[in-house]
Design a protein around this ligand. Structure first.
Ligand code: RTP
Ligand code: MG
Length: 139
């Protein structure tokens, strides 16, 4: 299993609020290389598939509605120790608890509209990257 890749989405709130460029800048300055990237609008069905692991959670329906509410940016990122380092760069799920200077601290407004996604394991990074990108779309 690769340990130098993670997967991210810039979520609909951050795209709609014009933070895409600033967030990509933070990601690159954080030492991550972008090896795949696309701009797209998830259907509710696709958002539901992506977050199927959370299907039994009370926030699932709101999460699916939110993630299909507008365009997102999806990307695969490369760096040593990518999953853990990226979750440090984005900060806690709830932006009120995110460390100063983290992406969620800077750009997120609430636990639901929290600006970015980051994979939580090497295994999920692979599954999530493969959900969006074919072999011809990652470098
Ligand atoms: P993500 O998957 O988006 O990177 O976020 P995460 O690992 O920090 O959090 P996770 O537990 O995977 O939850 C996925 C998304 O669901 C929303 N959520 N809401 N209301 C709540 O208690 C609650 N808990 C989670 C968040 O938007 C979170 O990013
Ligand atoms: Mg998660």
């Amino acid at each position: 299993m690769e340990t130098n890749k993670t997967f991210t989405m810039i979520k609909p709130d951050a795209v709609a609020n014009g933070h895409t460029g600033a967030i990509l800048d933070q990601i690159i300055k954080g030492g991550f290389k972008i090896t795949a990237m696309k701009y797209l609008w998830l259907t509710p069905e696709k958002a539901g598939q992506f977050y199927a692991v959370h299907a039994a959670r009370p926030f699932y329906n709101d999460l699916v509605a939110f993630m299909s509410s507008g365009p997102i940016v999806a990307a695969i990122l490369e760096k040593d120790n990518a999953v853990e380092d990226f979750r440090k760069l984005i900060g806690a799920t709830d932006p009120a608890k995110a460390e100063p200077g983290t992406i969620r601290n800077l750009f997120a407004k609430s636990i639901d509209a929290n600006a970015v996604h980051g994979s939580d394991s090497d295994e999920n990074a692979k599954i999530e990257g493969d959900f969006y990108f074919s072999a011809f779309e990652k470098f």
